[in-house]
Design a binder for this molecule. Structure first.
Ligand code: ADP
Ligand code: MG
Length: 238
């Protein structure tokens, strides 16, 4: 399934927070490519810049220095309209599931379909229910999040992220709030669906037990991409 077409290409990316004397560099000369269908896991200590990098890739923050391309489109100096279009092609999964509590499982997923493209509500319902079946929640489509377990809620978030078949899914510590078995189930499900749809996944985690689902592991350290299992940098691994 994997071909050598990069979905994300990052070159000499720097990022800073703050202004004037409070300006602080957070990311230092990041260079990385993520290929189509590839599952990349990013690890690294808290505060090393993982979420910042993910939010830049996701078009949720403006690129300040360097080049970041998503499917060949440059995000540096991209206007809001371009960023919005790019965001539509990315599925996001966060640590907290970020579901809307006053919508059912199906409505939470359906919202993502309807935001993304013009479809009849009948079709949006069909797509949402099919996706919920794929994540094993076919019998929960009309439940509200408060009646579901943490693992079930995170599976709704996965359904929502994947329902539009995005070329890229960004997941920021998606298993952090889950017990060991639910965490494992959730990432295996992501892996399965991604391989089926040819989706690339960039997943940030502290959870060593799920590293084996990765095609490639990269490590952030103090704002630097310290290790990449794909390149020569991996010689530093121990
Ligand atoms: P990680 O996800 O690896 O824990 P982050 O990208 O969240 O790292 O944070 C990297 C560094 O940037 C940390 O020192 C953090 O305190 C700082 N930081 C994160 N977000 C902001 C912000 N919005 N404004 C200022 N500093 C921030
Ligand atoms: Mg983070």
């Amino acid at each position: 399934m994997t071909n050598r077409e990069p979905v994300v290409t990052i070159q000499h990316l720097n990022h800073y927070y703050g202004k004037g004397s409070l300006k602080k560099q957070i990311l230092f000369d990041i260079n990385i490519e993520v290929y189509s269908g590839e599952i990349v896991i990013m690890t690294g200590p808290s505060g090393s810049g993982k979420t910042t990098l993910l939010s830049l890739i996701g078009g949720l923050r403006s690129v300040q220095e360097g080049s970041l391309q998503f499917l060949g489109r440059e995000l540096y100096r991209a206007n809001q309209k371009k960023l919005v279009n790019i965001r539509r092609k990315i599925g996001y999964i966060f640590q907290a599931h970020n579901l809307l509590e006053f919508l059912t499982a199906r409505q939470n997923v359906q919202m993502a379909v309807e935001l993304n493209e013009y479809v009849s509500s009948q079709e949006a319902i069909f797509k949402s229910e099919s996706m919920l079946k794929m994540v094993g929640l076919g019998d929960k489509v009309n439940e509200y999040p408060e009646n579901l377990s943490g693992g079930q809620k995170q599976r709704i978030a996965i359904a929502r992220a994947l329902v539009n078949h995005p070329p890229l899914v960004l997941a920021d510590e998606p298993t952090a709030a889950l017990d060991k078995q639910s965490g494992r189930d959730v990432v295996e499900l992501m892996q399965h669906l991604a391989k089926e749809q040819g989706t690339s996944i960039l997943l940030v985690t502290h959870d060593n037990r799920i590293l084996d689902i990765a095609d490639r592991i990269v490590e952030m350290e103090d704002g630097l991409l310290a290790r990449d299992s794909q390149t020569a940098v991996s010689t530093q691994r121990n």
